[in-house]
Design a protein around this ligand. Structure first.
Ligand code: 5GP
Ligand code: MN
Length: 356
């Protein structure tokens, strides 16, 4: 990490009195870990605000019970933002990734001017025109080579300090590091990662308990949904070593779908020998907050993609589904009918996917 940026980040954090920490839409373990970890590092005047609900299997995380969900309580979220002198964004760098909350954040920054500082800590690729411009009030610590935003929060907070002591902080950071690497199964060839894990366990993190809480907490519906996807819904395209699963709102309803239940399904087809690309689409309702983006459509299709090796899926997601992400894990959105999103996939995958 750039020491000048770290110095500026620390100056900002030391001056902060009222802090709002934001993280991305449909928060995953790393979004929750990085934002809550930051909160535990900063103390009582730091509030986490998320755009929409987080999954039940992360509700045990220390501090999760005090999170403000923008979709459920916009007044409270707005009041917190209006009172903030410091906004910290973790695990995202584009205001668009937090929906209507992003517009609110931009309005606050525009109206407050120098009275608000912004710190962004993220491991997604930064697209200059989609993120915040560089100013004296904006510090961006963005490293797309880092395995998790939680690890980056740890590195920022620990910079120049002694070992971590706060167990809630350590537990949140560990959770994000564990989930964004699939329990250290991918993006995990970094010696430094294990040095940090050692420090976190030293600080008292019960890593086996965290694993159980996150990975062994499925509902029956979620387990049956996975079975249904793999048996009935998975289409294979052998000539491009690709797989596609798509789920309508009606199918999700049948399995009592809850936020987070689709987590991990997109990775599963990659376990098949010779399958190198996987795509999962699911239909969702357009929320009030998303209406400005939806061009009148009532349906939103959430697209998730994964790949192996030197087979980027972020370019496909960017070009076809106005999304993006990492080389091997990306996503996008399509406002319209599920059939049309599927057709877009079918019409374009051969052009983007390698035959070998
Ligand atoms: P997931 O499939 O877990 O929802 O997302 C995987 C990764 O894809 C995320 O970490 C993020 O980098 C990227 N991603 C997912 N959805 C979108 C999207 O709508 N827009 C962009 N730019 N990236 C996305
Ligand atoms: Mn992440």
């Amino acid at each position: 990490m750039d020491t000048q940026l770290l110095e500026r980040a620390h100056a900002m954090l030391n001056a902060a009195r009222n802090i709002v920490i934001l993280t991305h839409m449909s928060p995953d373990g790393d979004a929750m870990g990085s934002s809550l970890g930051m909160k535990h590092a900063m103390g009582t005047n730091a509030y986490v605000v998320v755009p929409n609900a987080f999954p039940d299997f992360l509700a045990w995380m220390p501090g999760a019970d005090k999170i403000t969900v923008y979709e459920k309580d916009p007044e409270k979220a707005n009041a917190l933002l209006e009172a903030a002198d410091t906004i910290i964004c973790t695990d995202f760098n584009e205001p668009k990734r937090i929906g209507a909350l992003g517009q609110k954040m931009l309005d606050i920054i525009a109206s407050k001017g120098d009275a608000v500082n912004v710190l962004i800590i993220d491991h997604h690729i930064m697209v200059t025109e989609r993120t915040l411009p560089d100013t004296v009030n904006v510090v961006k610590i963005i490293d797309s080579a880092s395995p998790s935003a939680s690890q980056m929060v740890y590195e920022v907070i620990q910079y120049g300090k002694q070992k971590v002591k706060n167990l809630d902080f350590a537990t949140c950071i560990y959770t994000g590091m564990m989930t964004d690497t699939g329990n250290f199964a991918f993006n995990s060839n970094y010696p430094e990662l294990y040095r940090i894990v050692a420090e976190l366990v030293d600080a008292g993190v019960d890593k086996d308990a965290v694993y159980n809480r996150v990975f062994n907490a499925w509902s029956e519906g979620r387990m049956r949904l996975v079975g249904y996807c793999l048996d009935r819904k998975m289409r294979i395209f052998p000539e491009r070593h690709a797989s596609l699963i798509y789920l309508s709102g009606r199918e999700l309803y049948r399995f009592n779908f809850k936020s987070g239940d689709a987590e991990g399904i997109v990775n599963m087809p990659l376990s098949i020998k010779d399958i190198n690309y996987s795509c999962l689409m699911r239909e969702d309702k357009v929320t009030e907050a998303e209406k400005p983006l939806a061009n009148g459509s009532k349906k939103k299709i959430k697209i998730s993609m994964r790949s192996q090796g030197d087979r980027p899926v972020n370019i496909f997601c960017h070009d076809i589904f106005s999304g993006g992400g990492h080389k091997n894990a990306s996503g996008g959105e399509y406002y319209g009918a599920l059939e049309d999103a599927v057709k877009l996939f079918l019409d374009n995958y051969e052009k983007y996917f390698k035959a070998d």
